[in-house]
Design a protein around this ligand. Structure first.
Ligand code: GAL
Length: 423
């Protein structure tokens, strides 16, 4: 959603105070130095599945409420999500009361969150999970609740006092791109000033792209991850658009990604209604290749065993969480097949073959092994394991050999290539 324009030309943040904070020395070159998100954040975020449903009277199990998050916390522990690495339970828009309290502080809707955020945070922490929350750099959130403009310090301190562990900061209703950028920077410094470890998830580039190319070197200094492109929807069309945007802009964005600083292609919609099984495999495989935050948005209380197995697939999560922290890229595109690869630690590589065709049957595609991993992944040879759609050891491949696979329409085959020791 675009920032609302018009209105008085007011700074989203007094530039002098921003300068003072920068002088305060919290910034250094490279990733945001808060020591967080060394691997892509994993967790659950309510928006795509539950949106802004505040009708708790008629939909008590699907409205944005303390109860929804407490139940999700319970399931994240009982059904193996936390053990698989999904740690951050994140509230999105529509949690707030319509107005701030008499001290100017944000407050949760008192009916839907009777115990306030502190009680929810305590509950989530008691489960060994972390709590994320949502706010907006401008005058209002995208759904029209109070924005943080003019309250960055107060809101940062409020979130810290409540025990919040992640802030998703949206970019609606800010009156100019420069003021939006100042606001994102200011909130980063304000969060840092609280002394609490709070992952900072931004939408900064998403709101800058329509006007100019974002300064990613700067963004990585202030944010732990950032949205670049439109909201994900529960549809193959949406996943395709996100992948196309990412491959078209990979020269711009993948160089800055790394530990503490990730490109965020938005939520995982696996386990909902709109993707076929093959398309769910494609999203999980490509989010692993892209080193994307794995923030699910689905109903964990009611998810198929297949979707749960895919989301908890240890081999795929290991690729996503690889400590080298290098984002993958699209290597080539031919005959409706996209080939993506990602360098991993220990000289290993992940490889994905995506079939873009939306007709016909499984398409046979072969690639010479010597063209993979910048020509070194399998030199002199490597062992190749197919990870998705099913795990299968394929054996040792000499440098001169070819890797072939049959890929279902809109599906993906994901591989792990591990170099054999030089003989
Ligand atoms: C959008 C944002 C979504 C969600 C929504 C809430 O701008 O991209 O992820 O947070 O606002 O209103």
């Amino acid at each position: 959603m675009r920032p609302e324009r018009g209105g008085a030309k007011r700074l989203c943040v007094p530039a002098l105070r921003l300068a003072a904070l920068v002088l305060w020395g919290v910034l250094s070159a490279g990733a945001l130095n808060n020591g967080l998100a060394k691997t892509p954040t994993m967790g659950w975020l309510h928006w795509e599945r539950f949106m802004c449903n505040v009708n708790c009277r008629e939909q008590p199990d699907a409205c944005i409420s303390e109860e929804l998050f407490m139940k999700m916390a319970d399931v994240m522990v009982s059904d193996g999500w936390k053990d698989a690495g999904y740690e951050y339970l994140c509230i999105d828009d529509c949690w707030m009361a319509p107005r701030r309290d008499s001290n100017g502080r944000l407050q949760a809707d008192p009916v839907r969150f009777p115990g306030g955020i502190p009680r929810l945070a305590d509950y989530v922490h008691s489960k060994g999970l972390k709590l994320g929350i949502y706010a907006d750099v401008g005058n209002k959130t995208c759904a029209g609740y109070p924005g943080s403009f003019g309250f960055y310090d107060i809101d940062a301190q409020t979130f810290a006092n409540w025990g919040v562990d992640l802030l998703k900061f949206d970019g609606c209703y800010c009156d100019s791109v420069d003021h939006l950028i100042d606001g994102y920077k200011y909130m980063s410094l304000a969060l840092n000033k609280t002394g609490r470890s709070i992952v900072y998830s931004c939408e900064w580039p998403l709101y800058v792209w329509p006007f100019r190319k974002p300064n990613y070197k700067e963004i990585q200094q202030y944010c732990n991850h950032w949205r670049n492109f439109a909201d994900v929807y529960d549809s193959w069309q949406s996943i395709k658009k996100i992948l196309d945007w990412t491959s078209s802009n990979q020269e711009e964005i993948i160089g800055v990604a790394g530990p503490g600083a990730w490109n965020d292609p938005d939520m995982l919609v696996i386990g909902n209604f709109g993707l076929s099984w093959d398309q769910q495999i494609t999203q999980m495989a490509l989010w692993a290749i892209m080193a994307a935050p794995l923030l699910m948005s689905n109903d964990l209380r009611n998810i198929s065993p297949q979707a749960r197995a895919l989301l908890q697939n240890k081999d795929v999560i290991a690729i996503n969480q690889d400590p080298l922290g290098k984002q993958g890229y699209q290597l080539r595109k031919e005959n409706n097949i996209q080939v993506w690869e990602r360098p991993l630690s220990n000289l290993a590589w992940a490889l994905a073959m995506v079939n873009q065709q939306e007709m016909g049957g499984p398409q046979l595609y072969g690639i010479s092994v010597d063209s993979l991993g910048k020509g070194v992944a399998c030199n002199p040879s490597c062992s190749i394991t197919q990870i998705l759609p099913v795990k299968r050891k394929l054996g040792i491949f000499a440098w001169t050999s070819s890797l072939k696979a049959e890929i279902n329409p809109t599906g993906t085959v994901l591989f792990l290539l591990e170099i054999t020791q030089k003989t």
